[in-house]
Design a protein around this ligand. Sequence first.
Ligand code: HEC
Ligand code: HEC
Ligand code: HEC
Length: 303
Amino acid sequence: MPQLSYSLQNQQEFIVKGLINGDYKTPLKENNPSFDKNLQLESITCAVCHIRDGNVIGTTGTNNAPHKTIRDVEFLSDKLCVSCHNVIDELNPVLVCTFETGAEWNNNWAKKEGKTCISCHMPESERAISAGMSVRKSHFHDFPGSGIPKFFDMIARGLTSLEIEENPVPEILPVGESLIYSLKLKNSLAGHSVPTGDPERFFSITFRLLDNSGTVLIEQDFRIGEEWQWYPVAKKLSDNNLKPMEERIFDFKYDTIKEGVLILSIEISKHRMTEENAKHNSIYGLYPLSIIIFQKEYIIKVE
Ligand code: HEC
Ligand code: HEC
Ligand code: HEC
């Protein structure tokens, strides 16, 4: 039987032996002779969730694996997800953690209906867990979420939280009448606010009205998310995240004044962070920042 000599400490180049004057900014570091760069790059790897006290833990405690496995459904539960996805801390005035997904999920329809981090984000599958094993019920591990990929050549499977409802726009409008459009977004599918987690995530909604020469007559932008000031003191300035089952209506109105063709385009996109913050963090251009989740165009004849 292969021996497990797996330690996640090997993800760390240095081992911290203490703090000079109790200050985390001046750690007493020693080289880690077992540092493993590849393991570090795996980041939240299998062992983070599946090894405890040197044992592989799973949901069945099967005897068919080439290593010992221990059944631990208590650990492999939502508590595991919440242990990372609900952390509020302040290390110093400009370095704060604010992940509140666990608390957002704690008190809404989803939890009451038994929908959990795992049931929504680790969809069920019927398959053999490893070669030669029989097919059984298991759970996918690609953790679909926002759908914003981590790499440019990657297609990320995402989930949809928003129910989108539009009012119909007429194809023909008499001169002098108003073009009226409204968009209703409802967070009916996520068991927490959206966006959630990272406070830099946001949805952007853009209404753009053009004439038939392509000139932009009106552009309106709306945002769903939090706004933070990071310097000199990290501080939340505003928060209009959509709570579970909350809906919001975005209205558009334009008074027509002459004959012609109008094009109304609507776009909803989801963002990991602003371009400005990506530049500040030196990751601009290295990392996909957003995806478009809804796009529509109406052509209206004004006569
Ligand atoms: C973020 C935590 C996390 C990571 C990382 C993770 N798992 Fe899991 N894994 C789980 C949870 C939670 C379950 C239990 C799902 C359930 O049945 O409710 C599970 C279940 C399993 C199972 C049991 C079969 C099943 O699907 O129910 C196997 C086998 C497994 N994981 C293997 C792996 C391997 C291999 C990796 C690395 C490639 C990995 N896991 C990474 C959390 C994780
Ligand atoms: C050890 C800490 C840790 C644990 C445990 C953990 N996560 Fe995560 N999770 C992360 C980090 C870090 C990210 C990446 C966040 C980012 O890129 O902004 C992430 C990303 C995600 C995403 C994707 C977000 C996106 O980009 O759309 C989902 C969904 C998710 N986790 C669900 C879960 C679920 C469900 C569990 C429990 C089975 C779990 N996580 C357990 C740390 C953790
Ligand atoms: C009822 C299903 C459901 C439950 C329960 C649920 N989620 Fe989600 N989650 C979603 C959906 C849908 C999205 C996609 C939001 C979007 O982009 O529209 C999402 C997105 C996320 C994201 C990505 C961040 C973002 O803004 O898109 C993370 C991280 C996440 N969920 C973690 C969790 C954790 C942790 C739990 C448990 C505390 C949990 N979720 C419970 C449905 C669920």
